[in-house]
Design a protein. Structure first.
Length: 647
């Protein structure tokens, strides 16, 4: 048996600090609860559980940097050895998860879904899944529930960090330069970039390394402060020097750090600017525990046996939980009951534990001491095989799982937003502003011609989907469009700058100065904004402008093209009915608000569901909806055929 060096003992001690294992447990528990939670995530218990990933990134930056610098100081660091250790830690379990995900997809999903899973599997194997999802997860994509490997974006971020970070530290230490100033500069620059992107390019800020690097740099900066070592009292070992003086300071700081992490997991909301600046709360909390937690009361609590165990298996749990949750939702609906959520959490933990004991730990024991060159070569071969398998599965999905042409045609509407008809319907990046298409062409979208009456369609994507059909209803009028993703048409609009700026313009400049004769307000109406809607209608009416409010759309608990395709494949198209969300209460509430405030009201729900059964097709082979709630152009024409000029 190979003798373990003192340096390895020190690295292992850092890796297995009980409080750090407890931090990992808190992080993965937050992620789990958030992903099985209700519409706000986490069942109100962990609605900010998505911040668990940010805690993981700070921990990763801390541990990797500490180990690198200790090995470098001891003269034992090699790039090949570093990459080999990361591969042994990451690749075995990831390979099993990717293969299992692909295998289940090929057995149970429709060809269009297999194609998507195959491409994402290839991107995951190539360590670029964050780039893939940033490029392909469009505005109308089902918030990740149909992407069983979506969570691998965070691995992409870490793997890209692992690629560049040791090179930076080597370059600095060879020149005798202290790493902390450079890490601080990188962190500040990344934080600034992330803050800007959170408001203007939130998808890129969320998925890509440049806007996330500050979280890793925070942990790295903290670890770099302990590079200078001192002997312990026995003179036997060397440990990072504590940069906080006084036990009471460390006790208070570590307790505050735990509190900050827990508050973040409980209080943060998905609609806040993220990761910068909002993720400061969990990241600073994690840094306080990393710097001060060892030996404190808070550290002892984090190091309890149950938390240590969950932290120990957290990587496997994280990898397995999202495919499990996703495949369950694809079969039974996106909305989970409490019992279903608890079951999925339990299954994820059990499968994660089995994965740890049967795959992760044996792989570490077997290959940790293997030749770095051999490990790297094997990893490259595995990655190449997975990329080939994933792309091959995507390319041959129709052959792997043949379905009737009618089923395939229905399922193809999951890509409707990228079709020529879909682009023309919404005019994204021209008159419909989104994160990835932030441009708004006022000259085109708000154009007026002399002698023509003007109607302005205002709102979010649920307004944009009707613009063309309304314009077709009034060919002799100027029907203008001012729409932005996630932006309800309110005078008190909140959210990204692209939303608030557009709403200020249309209400303060166009409506207030009576540049239009009538407006149409449409959106995915939220109960929390009912009072603001009433005030908005009153504002419009006070300026002598007519207004019509378009009521809530019918929504389903999943992507309608896929739900309908599965139902047709099973021989019962009405099987989709069980996935319909009943919104009669919201319909009545919005109608009452509109009429009481002096607006006209137009119900699309009554036109889609004129009797007890809702219509499923707008034309042969064309579903009413192309996702959970948005409608196709053929459906929009049908729903708007009775729409009258606001009066």
């Amino acid at each position: 048996m190979r003798e373990t060096s003192g340096e390895e003992h020190r690295a292992q001690a850092a890796q297995h600090r009980g409080d750090i294992a407890g931090m990992r447990a808190i992080a993965v528990a937050g992620v789990l609860l958030f992903h099985v939670g209700g519409s706000d995530g986490g069942w109100g218990v962990a609605r900010g559980g998505f911040a668990g990933v940010d805690i993981f990134l700070v921990i990763s930056g801390y541990l990797i940097t500490g180990n690198l610098l200790r090995a470098r100081a001891a003269g034992q660091f090699t790039l090949m050895g570093f990459y080999a250790r990361r591969i042994v830690r990451i690749v075995p379990v990831l390979t099993v998860v990717v293969l299992a995900t692909l295998g289940y997809a090929m057995l149970a999903l429709l060809p269009v879904e297999i194609s998507r899973v195959g491409k994402s599997a290839a991107a995951t194997a190539a360590s670029v899944s964050n780039f893939y999802f940033n490029a392909t997860t469009g505005y109308f994509a089902t918030a990740g529930e149909a992407q069983p490997l979506l969570h691998s974006w965070s691995l992409g971020v870490e793997e890209q960090f692992y690629l560049f970070h040791p090179l930076l530290l080597l370059w600095l230490t060879r020149r005798g330069w202290a790493p902390r100033p450079m890490l601080l500069g990188i962190g500040v620059a990344s934080f600034a970039l992330g803050t800007v992107q959170a408001f203007h390019q939130p998808a890129a800020g969320f998925y890509l390394l440049p806007a996330r690097a500050w979280e890793l740099a925070l942990g790295a900066w903290l670890a770099a402060g302990g590079v200078r070592m001192r002997a312990d009292r026995s003179g036997e070992g060397w440990w990072p020097r504590t940069w906080w003086a006084g036990n009471w300071v460390r006790e208070a700081a570590s307790a505050a750090g735990v509190a900050m992490m827990l508050l973040a997991l409980v209080m943060l909301k998905p609609d806040l600017p993220f990761p910068a600046p909002t993720a400061l709360l969990p990241c600073v909390g994690a840094a306080l525990v990393l710097g001060c937690g060892a030996g404190t009361r808070a550290g002892t609590l984090l190091g309890s046996r149950s938390l240590r165990w969950l932290g120990m298996i957290s990587y496997s749990v994280y990898l397995w939980h999202w495919p499990i949750v996703t495949f369950y939702r694809l079969r039974f609906g996106l909305t989970l009951g409490v019992a279903e959520a608890a079951m999925l959490v339990a299954v994820s933990v059990v499968v994660g534990a089995l994965s740890f004991y049967l795959v992760e730990r044996p792989a570490m024991r077997r290959w940790r001491s293997a030749s770095p060159a051999g490990v790297i070569a094997a990893a490259l071969a595995v990655a190449a095989a997975l990329v080939t398998l994933g792309l091959g599965a995507g390319a041959t999905a129709g052959w792997l799982r043949p379905v009737r042409p009618a089923v395939s045609a229905l399922a193809s509407f999951v890509d409707y937003e990228r079709s020529a008809v879909g682009r023309a319907q919404f005019r994204r990046g021209t008159c419909f502003v989104t994160d990835n298409a932030p441009g708004f062409d006022a000259a085109r979208c708000l154009a007026r011609r002399p002698g023509r009456r003007a109607l302005l369609v205002i709102g979010d994507s649920y307004a944009a989907q009707y613009w063309r059909s309304i314009a077709e209803r009034f060919p002799d009028a100027d029907v203008m469009q001012a729409t932005a993703a996630g932006c309800r048409p309110l005078i008190e609009a909140r959210g990204a700058a692209r939303c608030t700026a557009l709403m200020r313009h249309v209400f303060a400049d166009l409506v207030a100065h009576r540049q239009v004769e009538a407006v149409v307000l449409a959106g995915r109406w939220l109960a929390s904004e009912d009072a603001a809607l009433a005030r908005t209608i009153a504002f419009i009416r006070a300026h002598g402008v007519a207004v019509t409010v378009v009521g809530p759309a019918v929504e389903y608990d999943g992507s309608v093209p896929l739900l309908l395709a599965r139902a047709v494949q099973a021989g019962n198209a009405r099987g989709i009915d069980r996935f319909r969300r009943h919104g009669a209460r919201r319909e009545r509430a919005i109608r009452a608000i509109a009429l009481a405030a002096g607006a006209n009201y137009y119900s699309v729900t009554l036109r889609e569901c004129p009797r007890s059964a809702c219509r499923l097709l707008a034309a042969p082979g064309v579903p009413i909806h192309f996702d959970e709630g948005h409608v196709t152009q053929a459906a929009a024409r049908q729903l708007m055929r009775d729409f009258g000029w606001p009066s």
